[in-house]
Ligand binder design. Structure first.
Ligand SMILES: [Zn+2]
Length: 417
């Protein structure tokens, strides 16, 4: 069975040019004693917006690992797929993030609900989860309620899983289930029973992406109380460990943190909790690499700086259209966005400083950062120039990508230098 390593990282590379710089960060961590499995992920939404196809990601991952002589496992993740979109990913992916968010809240048949209640009813009352201080209480009524919200989604996950299994063969791919793109976070007790439903479905799930409380906005830091998050994360971790035993799930099942890039307020907590219990983690980062491309080109100056300024101006014009698909995962204060004419006068340092995620730098502007984060479509519309600039300034851009992944993400999460 393809078994995902203890630590893994989802690396998004929308334009397929930074795989080598990302891999360099993974290799550097390995030299410091932290083995991280790289997973190149790209969602159907990103493929549609840019005009790429899943095979492109496979080619990139195979090429950069071969060129670097990287002999350890790596994966290509069909990110956020569902029954409608999975088919075009089956050939090139060996990691599937099955997104069941749109099925949550739809009601399963009463007979299915009753079958689940019969199987899981024994866990009602006081559920003692080792490591969780107070017993988790769940009455039969609450369990029925949880089944009404989540059972249909779990059944759909089973359907998607079996569709992939039919075409790829059991054990030839890694399975993740994501439910992060929903309005309401799942509680630890809900997570326990969701894992039970997935176990009953026979899905060999290796990573689960719950929605946590607080906001996980794209490309910027966590908005919420980090200590509250730490408690919730620790409880979820205990629940996952318990569910593995109770429901016969793969022993390496771990938590996947989505929109995991740039959550600097949380890395110390996540890192110390997983080390305390000797558990794994999957940290999914994506668009942060595209932002580093823009920062790198801003630093390069000249026509590269002009090009990214132009992207900013156009992103202001098209702000509503660009933000719409990401409404739940961005939080832009429009009043804090400088005008196009103001930005036109900026030098490399000012533009890069506004965009680069250095908390404490007075130039850093999270509103600009989030807007550019969703504006990658504008570069895709001028793909020839964009690729020409990326290739011309490969070194400076690659340096930015590397620094971001290694210094701001890996070294903080895994407490290495
Ligand atoms: Zn996600």
């Amino acid at each position: 069975m393809k078994k995902l390593g203890k630590y893994s990282m989802g690396l998004g590379d929308r334009f397929g040019h930074q795989g080598h710089a990302q891999l360099k960060a993974i290799i550097e961590a390995g030299k410091k004693g932290v083995e991280i499995t790289p997973v190149w992920n790209k969602s159907n939404r990103e493929h549609m917006i840019i005009g790429t196809n899943p095979q492109d990601v496979r080619i990139e991952a195979d090429t950069v690992t071969k060129n670097a002589g990287f002999k350890k496992p790596y994966y290509v993740d069909a990110d956020h797929i569902n029954l409608d979109t999975v088919d075009k990913f089956t050939g090139s992916s060996d990691f599937f993030t099955m997104d069941v968010a749109s099925y949550i809240g739809k009601r399963a048949d009463e007979s299915e609900i009753n079958r689940f209640l019969e199987a899981a009813g024994k866990y009602t009352g006081k559920l003692e989860v080792p490591g969780v201080k107070k017993p988790i209480k769940c009455s039969m009524v609450q369990l029925h309620n949880i089944a009404e919200i989540y059972l249909f989604a779990a059944r759909k996950a089973g359907e998607i899983y079996r569709k992939i299994e039919n075409s790829k063969g059991a054990g030839n791919f890694v399975t993740e289930v994501s439910m992060d793109e929903v309005a309401k976070p799942q509680t630890p007790v809900e997570l326990f029973f969701i894992l039970g439903m997935l176990g009953i479905e026979g899905i060999p799930i290796q990573t689960i992406a719950p929605k946590f409380s607080g906001r996980f906005n794209k490309g910027v830091d966590y908005a919420g109380d980090p200590l509250k998050f730490a408690n919730e994360f620790e409880e979820d971790l205990m629940v996952v460990t318990h569910a593995i035993k109770e429901f016969g799930l793969p022993e390496n099942l771990k938590i996947s943190v989505h929109s995991g890039s740039d959550k600097f307020a949380l890395y110390h907590h996540i890192g110390s909790i997983i080390r305390k219990y000797d558990k794994g983690i999957h940290l999914k980062t994506a668009g942060t690499t595209w932002l580093e491309e823009v920062i790198g080109l801003a630093e390069a100056g000249g026509e590269a700086l002009d090009f990214v300024k132009e992207i900013y101006v156009k992103s202001l014009e098209k702000i509503d259209e660009l933000c719409a698909p990401y409404a739940d995962v961005i939080d832009i204060n429009i009043d804090s966005l400088p005008s196009g004419s103001e930005v036109a006068g900026w030098n490399s340092k000012k533009f890069a400083g506004s965009l680069r995620h250095i908390t404490g730098n007075p130039e850093y502007n999270p509103n600009i950062r989030q807007l550019i984060h969703v504006a990658y479509k504008l570069a895709a519309q001028e793909m020839d120039t964009w690729f020409m600039l990326l290739e011309e300034h490969e070194e400076v851009v690659g340096g930015c990508v590397y620094d971001n992944i290694y210094k701001r993400h890996i070294s903080r999460l895994f407490d290495i230098r």
